[in-house]
Design a protein around this ligand. Structure first.
Ligand code: TTP
Ligand code: MG
Ligand code: MG
Length: 509
């Protein structure tokens, strides 16, 4: 499965484009230092294949080799991911579940089990840390590993041959510790190129980009391969006649700054030349960007509080974007009329700098406070300070940098349509049988919810270790049927925290 891109001749080196010119990002973002691009392909990027769906197929033998869609299964549900069998029918992440059902009606639609995903993620990150002490997780299923920091003696020369062999062993190890999940890996001289490479031979692939061949690999690719270039930025560039990285290389730095602004123009100029000297950072210093406001008279109108918090979300997001930062944890802070201060946080599965995403989380956090037995009345009794913060900062912006800038008013506004986009409140698990949920029956043992409705719940009795099992139906209130929980489930402030549960996957309707 290993594929080496470009020449294996180490004499090619990295050329003269090494002098680090990254000065556009904020201090401490990991980009301000002057550093040479590495001479060896020693940055590894690993990403699990169809992560949530693959965990479901692992644990549900009857679904192996079949289309599986994980996401919100209710009316407003959105697809989190789809198995490769379902992708053949055009099912994609972030598509509405309704659309996914019409494209692939015979798929299994499951509402997701975050405990199982977190457990798999922990096993993977553990295996990566065995390989090198320098591991930088980007999300539940993805991380950078610095091979130059590995104590493994086979990596001593960091040649293409030795990193290739090492990466293959690491992939096998990931499959072993996760009981069968596969991953795709890219190895290159920088984070940018390693991430590009891990996507080139998905699923279950390995691509090693030989040092010196980065630019020829990038040239034919669409500009959207560059982090931060989403549809809106790509559209601006396309209108200027720039579609591929080769086109982008022809544009001067001044012209790029004019097209997309100084903060991103300079970065784009360098990334188009595969010039990325960001280090792999194991433990990021937790920093935050926040905005707060104090008010002369106590506020007691919830809609006004929401309006102010949403405006602050826009300011925080703008500061993040300006500094080239993104963060995963969104916090609201509220000081009550009696000067007690309270806060609520939620952690997203991926870092964001989007005003719309921050505002959405902020609204649901305010709604959570307003619904609290004690905090609700306290809010209504009057608030003198409101604040919004984003922490857990990364310098890898996942979203489209210009998607929100182009429509910033709508994104940060408080229209009724947006209010309807609030995540559905988490539903108590005992009140329903979510499709895909683990159950145990006193007589038949372990299984999972295949479907429910009209007072009946249907269970397939099988587990990771069993062959595909039989299906049986029970009354929904059958006292012999119970939800089954992973014993050491639910640590709270982990990747895939509350926001991931509420926003990433809505409860089935
Ligand atoms: P990805 O790594 O982007 O996707 P994937 O692992 O499902 O598929 P592949 O890498 O093979 O292309 O995301 C990892 C998980 O994050 C994914 O399984 C589900 C979750 N996720 C969402 O909940 N919503 C999203 O929009 C995306 C992109 C991912
Ligand atoms: Mg993945
Ligand atoms: Mg991923």
């Amino acid at each position: 499965m290993a594929r080496a891109v470009g020449s294996l001749d180490p004499a090619l080196g990295t050329g003269p484009h090494g002098g680090g010119l990254w000065t556009t990002r904020g201090p401490g973002a990991g980009l301000g230092s002057v550093r040479d691009v590495r001479r060896e392909a020693s940055v590894l990027h690993l990403d699990l294949d169809a992560f949530f769906a693959a965990v479901e197929q692992r644990d549900k033998p009857s679904l192996r080799g079949r289309p599986v869609v994980v996401g919100g299964t209710g009316g407003r549900g959105v697809v989190a991911t789809a198995s490769y069998e379902a992708r053949i029918y055009g099912v994609r992440s972030a598509m509405s579940t309704r659309e996914a059902r019409s494209r692939c009606p015979h798929a299994a639609f499951l509402s997701g089990r975050f405990g199982a995903y977190r457990e798999a993620s922990r096993a993977v990150m553990g295996a990566l840390r065995e390989a090198s002490p320098l591991v930088e997780p980007l999300s539940l299923d993805e991380a950078f590993v610095d091979l130059a920091a590995s104590p493994d003696p086979t990596l001593a020369d960091l040649s293409v041959e030795s990193v290739t062999a090492f990466a293959e062993r690491l992939r096998a190890r990931v499959t072993e510790v996760t009981d069968g999940l596969t991953c795709s890996v890219g190895v290159a001289t920088s984070k940018f190129m390693a991430k590009v490479a891990s996507d080139l031979d998905k699923p279950d692939g390995l691509v090693v980009v030989a040092p010196g061949t980065e630019r020829e690999l990038l040239r034919p690719m669409s500009v959207t391969v560059i982090p931060g270039v989403g549809p809106a930025t790509a559209d601006r560039l396309r209108r200027a006649g720039v579609q591929t990285v080769a086109d982008l290389e022809q544009v001067s730095q001044e012209e790029l700054v004019r097209l997309v602004g100084s903060a991103h123009g300079i970065g784009l100029f360098h990334l188009a030349r595969a010039h990325d000297d960001r280090p792999v950072v194991a433990e990021r210093e937790t920093k935050s960007v926040s905005v707060e406001g104090t008010y002369d008279s106590d506020l007691s109108d919830l809609r006004l509080m929401e309006h102010l918090l949403v405006r602050q979300s826009g300011e925080v997001a703008a500061r993040l974007a300006k500094a080239g930062l993104s963060g995963r944890t969104v916090t609201i802070k509220v000081r009550l009329h009696d000067f007690t201060t309270t806060s609520r946080s939620a952690t997203l599965p991926e870092p964001t700098d989007s005003p719309a995403v921050v505002a959405r989380v902020v609204r649901s956090l305010l709604a959570e406070l307003a619904a609290g037995v004690e905090t609700g009345p306290a809010l209504r009794a009057g608030v003198r300070l409101l604040g919004v913060g984003v922490s857990g900062l990364a310098d890898w912006v996942q979203d489209d940098l210009f998607a929100d800038l182009d429509g910033s008013d709508e994104a940060a506004g408080t229209t009724d349509e947006e209010a309807e986009d609030l995540p559905e409140p988490p539903r108590a698990r005992s009140s329903g049988w979510a499709p895909g949920a683990d159950v145990v029956h006193d007589e038949h043992g372990r299984g999972w919810v295949w479907g429910s409705g009209r007072g009946v719940v249907t269970v397939r009795f099988e587990t990771r270790e069993s062959p595909a099992g039989p299906v049986r139906s029970f009354p929904v209130d059958d006292p012999a049927l119970h939800l089954w929980q992973q014993p050491e489930d639910e640590p709270t402030d982990d990747p895939g925290g509350p926001a991931a549960r509420e926003g990433g996957l809505s409860a089935p309707g």
